[in-house]
Design a protein around this ligand. Structure first.
Ligand SMILES: [Zn+2]
Length: 371
C-alpha cells in the first residue's frame, strides 16, 4: 500500500511532500502495491487518546467486554488508532473488573483501535476537587491497592492519577514512580506540594486547569509546579468547552508543543444524541457539546481526540504542534513511541489522511484502510 501525493507529518520538519509506504502492517521506505491518492491532503500518524472514559453508549468503567470493543471500533473510525481509556473513581472490586476486562480484550486481539493501556484516573483523588468523580468511592493513595489493580490489568495500567496533598501520596510516588506514569489530578495542592510530587517522580498533570487550583500570580499551584518541573507533561481537554481558547494558546506557548498532551476526556455520550447518560455511577445530561451533572459540574466531554486536535488548530495552534500533542506526545507518555506516534520506517502502519479542512478522508490501521 502506498499513500501518494500528500503532505506527510515529520517530527523535525513539520510537513513534507512525500509518499508513505506500508508493507505487512509496517511503514517501509520502498513503495509498492495499491495506491491511495492523498494529493492536497495531510497525512498524520494515528492518534493516541490516553484519557477518555467512553463513547457510543459504552464506558470503560462498565467493565463490559462488548462495550470496550464498541469503544475501540468507534475511536479507530475517528483516526484514534491507539487507546488508553480511563477508569473513574469506583470501588476496588469494580476497578479490578475494569482492569481484568481490559486485559482480556487485549489478549483476545479484538477489532478496533489498539488498546495500549489503562489510565486509572480514580480513586486516589481529593474530595474537595472531585469534579464528576463519585465522592463515596474516593480512596487515600494506597500502594497495595494500586498493585492489586495493576496485577489485574496484566501490565496494561500505564497511568495513575493522585492528589499529592492526600496522606500517603508522596510515599505512593516514591514507591511506584518507576512502574507507572503518576499524574497529579483532582487536587487542592499548592505550588510547593505539587513541586514536591514532581521532584519525587510524578510526570504528568491530568487535564491541566480542570479540578485544581487556578494559576494565579502569588499562588501558581499545579500549573506553575508543572511548568517549573522539566519534562513534566500536561494534559489539555481541547473540546472548546473545558478550556478557553486563549488558555489553550498560552499553554502551548508556555510549555512548548513537546510537553502538551491533548486528550478528549469523553464520556459514553460521545458519538450519541443529546439526552441522559451516566458517568462513574452519576447521572449526566448532555446538551450539544456540554455534559453536566445535576449541579452543573462539567462531566467529561462528548467529542473525540481528532475533533480536539482540529479545535486546537481553530484556536490558532499550528497544525504540526497540534499533531505533536495528539499523536506523538501521548505515544511517548504511554511508552509506545518506539512503534507508534510518528511515520518513520519500521513503525506500525497507522496513519490518517485529512483534507485541507482537517476533515477525515481515510484511516489506515496496520497497513489497511479502515472501512
Ligand atoms: Zn478528571
Amino acid at each position: 500500500m502506498q499513500i501518494k501525493g500528500g503532505l506527510v507529518f515529520d517530527l523535525e520538519k513539520g510537513f513534507v511532500e512525500r509518499d508513505l509506504c506500508f508493507d505487512g502492517g509496517v511503514i517501509v521506505s520502498e513503495c509498492g502495491g495499491e495506491v491511495f491518492d492523498a494529493t492536497g491532503c495531510y497525512v498524520i500518524p494515528g492518534l493516541t487518546d490516553l484519557h477518555f472514559h467512553g463513547c457510543m453508549g459504552a464506558d470503560l468503567s462498565d467493565a463490559d467486554a462488548e462495550g470496550l470493543e464498541t469503544m475501540a471500533k468507534y475511536e479507530l473510525s475517528r483516526g484514534v488508532t491507539q487507546i488508553c481509556p480511563a477508569g473513574m473513581t469506583l470501588l476496588e472490586e469494580q476497578l479490578i473488573k475494569v482492569c481484568t476486562v481490559a486485559a482480556e480484550h487485549r489478549a483476545a486481539n479484538k477489532s478496533g483501535a489498539e488498546l495500549v493501556g489503562i489510565n486509572l484516573e480514580g480513586p486516589f483523588l481529593s474530595m474537595a476537587k472531585k469534579g464528576a468523580q463519585n465522592g463515596d468511592w474516593l480512596h487515600k493513595p494506597d500502594v497495595a491497592m494500586y498493585r492489586r489493580l495493576a496485577e489485574a490489568g496484566h501490565g496494561l495500567v500505564k497511568l495513575v492519577s493522585i492528589a499529592p496533598e492526600e496522606p500517603g501520596a508522596m510515599e505512593f510516588i516514591d514507591e511506584l514512580k518507576d512502574e507507572v506514569v503518576i499524574s497529579v489530578a483532582h487536587t487542592t495542592a499548592d505550588y510547593d506540594t505539587a513541586l514536591e510530587a514532581y521532584r519525587r517522580g510524578a510526570k504528568e498533570a491530568t487535564h491541566l486547569f480542570n479540578a485544581m487550583p487556578p494559576f494565579s500570580h502569588r499562588a501558581p499551584g499545579v500549573v506553575g509546579a508543572a511548568f517549573d518541573s522539566e519534562g513534566v507533561m500536561v494534559e489539555l481537554i481541547c473540546d472548546g468547552i473545558h478550556i478557553h481558547p486563549s488558555v489553550v494558546r498560552a499553554v502551548f506557548k508556555l510549555f512548548g508543543a513537546e510537553r502538551v498532551v491533548l486528550i478528549s476526556d469523553t464520556m459514553r455520550a460521545a458519538g450519541m444524541p443529546d439526552g441522559d447518560y451516566t458517568l462513574g455511577g452519576q447521572a449526566v445530561r448532555v446538551n450539544g457539546k456540554l455534559a453536566t451533572l445535576a449541579d452543573g459540574t462539567i462531566a467529561g466531554s462528548v467529542t473525540d481526540l481528532m475533533s480536539c486536535m482540529r479545535t486546537a488548530v481553530d484556536f490558532g495552534i499550528p497544525l504540526a504542534d497540534a499533531v505533536r500533542a495528539a499523536a506523538v506526545n501521548p505515544a511517548q507518555v504511554t511508552g509506545i513511541f518506539d512503534r507508534c506516534g510518528s511515520l518513520d520506517a519500521g513503525k506500525d502502519a497507522n496513519a490518517v489522511v485529512l483534507d485541507r479542512n482537517l476533515e477525515l478522508r481515510a484511516v489506515f490501521f496496520h497497513g489497511c484502510k479502515v472501512e
